[in-house]
Design a protein around this ligand. Structure first.
Ligand code: ADP
Ligand code: MG
Length: 393
């Protein structure tokens, strides 16, 4: 689970990390009030679940309350588009107003779980402030990785080592090492899958400050962090993914495709996406109905797929076991009639009650082509795609 910067900042503060003084605002007037309280120059920062705000106009350095109010008015209620969001961006409902820091140097610091080593790893770089992916790509020698022992934790000498690898001025070394140790405590005690401070700043007075904070909490650990679970902000998530989550369906939106895929099972989803590609198109999404045997959920699943405006054709690929083909077919027909969709469908059904399922579909009067198996579905899909608007991709 992702949380906002202002929420992450509060967590860091609770663990004793140095963060800039700041307040959060939902209206321009509130932003002004925070700026007045802080005094002097401030930074107005859009609170969205995406990085890259700086380059996208989501971080504004202003001289005082008047300009803070203006900057907030320019951000609140808009959608911020950054290189980490889709073209539609994410809505800005809050801004954080923080005191402006006199930056001498911007560093990078994060902790993640290394999947290969199976331990938390601290990643640090002198090249903070910018895209760390670009640093990793072009100058990987400027990234340091230090693995922690999950039982012993991150030892103080590791923290001091990282501080010196970061070339922190001597006057700030002790504070930086303490910050790194505390960040490790945040990571472990809050069950994070990521904590990232970019930039970690050294000020002109040799102070160290965590200027930006990103925290992801491991979903599977949320049951033991009620306080953190409450920080969830659904407005930052894809509407259809949220809707699917509520119905306990696994829906994943994919960029740049035109085929909506309805399947049962994750492995089948992969195979279905492969044949979609093979047929000359890209999947726009996939929706896994799992072992569902409930007509209502199938209806909801189908409605979610047709709500995705990228979808031009629907591929249903079912290997019915617990989920019965006839129930799935009836759910599809009900939903198609209710939504009035004219989208063509290619359906491959095997397993429990497949024959009954095919009959329901064939008699429905909808634009449905049945296929016997995966290969047959791919052939039909290929034909349909070439005759459908836009042609093959
Ligand atoms: P993002 O990572 O989304 O671009 P950041 O919070 O990292 O947003 O801000 C981008 C840049 O803006 C930082 O690298 C830093 O140079 C500047 N900045 C952010 N917060 C402050 C602040 N409180 N004082 C001064 N400059 C800041
Ligand atoms: Mg940043």
């Amino acid at each position: 689970m992702n949380i906002h910067e202002y929420q992450a900042r509060e967590i860091l503060e609770r663990f004793g990390l140095p963060v800039p003084k700041a307040g959060v605002a939902s209206t321009p007037a509130e932003a002004r009030a925070v700026a007045e309280e802080l005094g002097g120059k401030v930074v107005v920062k859009a609170q969205v679940h995406a990085g890259g705000r700086g380059k996208a106009g989501g971080v504004k350095l202003v001289s005082g309350p008047d300009e803070a109010e203006q900057a907030a008015a320019g951000m609140l209620g808009t959608n911020l588009v950054t290189h980490q969001t889709g073209p539609q961006g994410v809505p800005v409902h809050k801004v954080m107003v923080a005191e402006a820091t006199d930056i001498a140097d911007e560093l990078y610091l994060s902790i993640i779980v290394d999947g290969d080593l199976g331990v938390p790893v601290v990643i640090a770089s002198t090249e903070g402030g910018m895209d760390i992916e670009e640093v990793a790509d072009k100058t990987p020698e400027l990234l340091f990785r230090v693995a922690a022992d999950p039982l012993m934790g991150l030892s103080p000498y590791h923290a001091r080592d990282i501080a010196s690898m970061l070339n922190v001025p001597v006057a700030a070394r002790r504070a930086t090492a303490a910050l790194i140790s505390n960040l490790y405590r945040v990571f472990v005690e809050s069950d994070c899958s990521l904590v990232e401070i970019n930039p970690l700043v050294i000020t002109k007075d040799d102070e160290v400050i965590a200027l930006d904070a990103k925290i992801n909490i491991e979903d599977d650990a949320l049951f033991r962090h009620r306080d953190l679970a409450a920080l969830h902000d659904p407005t930052q998530e894809d509407e259809l993914e949220l809707r699917a989550g509520k119905a306990d369906l696994a829906y994943v939106k994919l960029d740049g495709g035109r085929v909506g895929c309805m399947v049962n099972g994750a492995g089948l989803a992969m195979a279905t996406m492969d044949i979609t590609k093979w047929a000359g198109a890209n999947p726009a999404n996939f929706l896994d109905i799992g072992g569902s045997a409930d007509e209502g959920r199938i209806e909801e699943a189908f409605k979610i797929i047709v709500s995705d405006s990228d979808v031009e054709i629907i591929l249903v690929n079912l290997f019915a076991g617990i989920a019965r083909s006839d129930i799935v077919a009836q759910g599809i027909v009900n939903a198609a009639k209710e939504t009035g969709t004219k989208l063509p469908m290619v359906v491959a059904m095997r397993g429990t009650n497949a024959e009954e399922g095919r009959t329901i579909l064939n008699e429905s009067g909808l634009d449905i082509t049945s296929a016997q198996d995966l290969a047959g579905a791919a052939e039909v899909l290929r034909d349909k795609l070439s005759s459908h608007k836009g042609g093959a991709q």
